[in-house]
Design a protein around this ligand. Structure first.
Ligand SMILES: Nc1nc2c(ncn2[C@@H]2O[C@H](COP(=O)(O)OP(=O)(O)O)[C@@H](O)[C@H]2O)c(=O)[nH]1
Ligand SMILES: [Mg+2]
Length: 339
C-alpha cells in the first residue's frame, strides 16, 4: 500500500483538513473522466474522523487537539473502477521538533509516494506583515524538511514529490496577501522549490469555509465542506498524480524491456524456421521449438498486461490533470511547470 505523509506544526490544520477532506471526498469529486472517490478501508480508523466531522457540522465545534500519530487507509475509485489504495500518515506536530522520532519518520518517508506539508495562513500573514514572533517555531518545520531532504541526498535517493498547502486561506485579507504568502514559502523552502533539487513540488491553498474563526473551540463563520470547494481535494490529487506518474515510468521500463525480449525471441524463431527439415524435426523432438513458442506466448501476455496498465494509468493522469493544474502551482527544479 502506497503511503502519503502529512506534516505540519501543531495547530496548522492537519486534523481539520483530514476530517474535511476524507468526508468531502467520500461523496466524490467530478474529474474529467468521471467521479473520483475515496472510501475508508478500515472502519476503526474512520470513527475518530467521523466524530470530529459530526462535532464540526452538528455542534459547530473545532476538533480537539491531539498529539498522536494516526494512519488512515483509503480505497479510491475513478469512474467506478478501483484505483490506487493508499495510507495517509498524520504525524503529530511535536514529532517535527523531536530528534527521537527523526529515524522513524525518515524510514517511513522512504516508503512514501508523496508528502503533504501544511502551513497555516494565520502564521504566514504575520510574517508577510513583518511580525516574526512565531518565526523560530516555523523554522523548526523548515529545518526538519531540510534535514530529511539532506538525508535522502546522502543516501542517493530521490525525495518524494512534495506539496505545500497553505491552510486557513480564508484568513487572507486579499489576493495580494496570498501572492506574498506563496512567494514567502518558495523563498523559505528553496530546498523544495529551488533549482537543482530534482524534486517535483506543488503549492496550493486550502480552506474549510469563509470567514472562519475559533471562539473558545466554537466554529464561527461559514463552514463549507465540499470536495470542489477551497481546494480540499488538491493535496490528495497531487499525491495521486505523482504516484501514478512514477508507476507509469516503472511500467514503461518493464514494457520496453519485454518488447526487446520479444523481438529477440521472434528472431530466434525465424532462424529456427529457416533450418532444413532435419534441423526443424530435431527442434520439435528435443522440445526447443515448444519452449520457443511458450516464451513468445508469455512475453506477449506481459506486453498486453503492461499495455492495459499503461492505458489505465494514463486515464488516471488525464483525469486528474485539469483539476490539479487549476488548483496548484507545480514546480520542478525551480521552474514552474504550469502557468
Ligand atoms: N479560518 C480557518 N481556520 C481553520 C481552518 N482549518 C482549521 N482552522 C483552525 O485551526 C485550528 C487548528 O486545527 P487542527 O486541525 O486541530 O490543527 P492540527 O494541530 O494541525 O491538527 C482549528 O481549531 C481552527 O481554529 C480553516 O480552513 N480556516
Ligand atoms: Mg491534530
Amino acid at each position: 500500500m502506497k503511503k502519503i505523509a502529512m506534516i505540519g506544526l501543531k495547530g496548522s490544520g492537519k486534523t481539520c483538513f483530514t476530517t474535511a477532506m476524507a468526508m468531502a471526498m467520500g461523496s466524490g469529486i467530478k474529474l474529467k473522466d468521471g467521479i473520483f472517490n475515496l472510501s475508508f478501508a478500515n472502519l476503526q480508523q474512520m470513527a475518530p474522523l467521523m466524530n470530529a466531522y459530526m462535532g464540526m457540522t452538528e455542534n459547530r465545534r473545532w476538533p480537539d487537539a491531539s498529539d498522536d500519530k494516526n494512519s488512515y487507509d483509503f480505497n479510491s475509485s475513478l469512474a467506478l473502477r478501483r484505483v490506487l489504495p493508499f495510507t495517509l500518515l498524520d504525524y503529530p506536530g511535536g514529532w517535527i521538533t523531536d530528534p527521537n522520532h527523526m529515524d522513524e519518520m525518515f524510514e517511513e518517508f522512504n516508503e512514501c509516494g508523496a508528502i503533504i506539508v501544511l502551513v497555516g495562513a494565520d502564521m504566514l500573514r504575520q510574517f508577510i506583515n513583518g511580525n516574526n514572533v512565531m518565526f523560530p517555531y516555523f523554522s523548526l518545520l523548515r529545518n526538519f524538511t531540510q534535514n530529511v531532504i539532506q538525508k535522502f541526498e546522502d543516501n542517493g535517493s530521490v525525495f518524494p514529490p512534495t506539496i505545500i498547502a497553505i491552510t486557513k486561506s480564508d484568513e487572507f485579507e486579499n489576493e495580494g496577501e496570498l501572492d506574498k504568502a506563496y512567494e514567502y514559502l518558495k523563498e523559505q523552502f528553496k530546498v523544495i522549490f529551488g533549482p537543482n533539487t530534482n524534486i517535483v513540488s506543488g503549492l496550493t491553498h486550502i480552506k474549510l469555509g469563509n470567514g472562519l474563526k475559533n471562539n473558545e473551540a466554537k466554529i464561527e463563520g461559514d463552514l463549507i465542506l465540499k470536495p470542489d470547494f477551497g481546494n480540499l481535494s488538491i493535496p490528495i490529487l497531487f499525491s495521486f498524480y505523482a504516484i501514478t506518474l512514477t508507476n507509469r515510468e516503472k511500467i514503461v521500463a518493464i514494457s520496453q524491456n519485454t518488447n526487446n525480449q520479444l523481438r529477440e525471441a521472434n528472431k530466434a524463431l525465424i532462424e529456427a524456421q529457416g533450418k532444413n527439415l532435419f534441423g526443424r524435426l530435431l527442434d520439435r523432438l528435443n522440445g526447443s521449438r515448444k519452449s520457443m513458442d511458450e516464451t513468445i506466448k508469455t512475453l506477449r501476455g506481459t506486453v498486453q498486461g503492461t499495455d492495459e496498465q499503461l492505458t489505465k494509468l494514463g486515464k488516471v493522469i488525464d483525469s486528474i490533470e485539469p483539476t490539479l493544474l487549476r488548483g496548484a502551482e507545480l514546480y520542478f527544479n525551480g521552474n514552474r511547470i504550469n502557468q
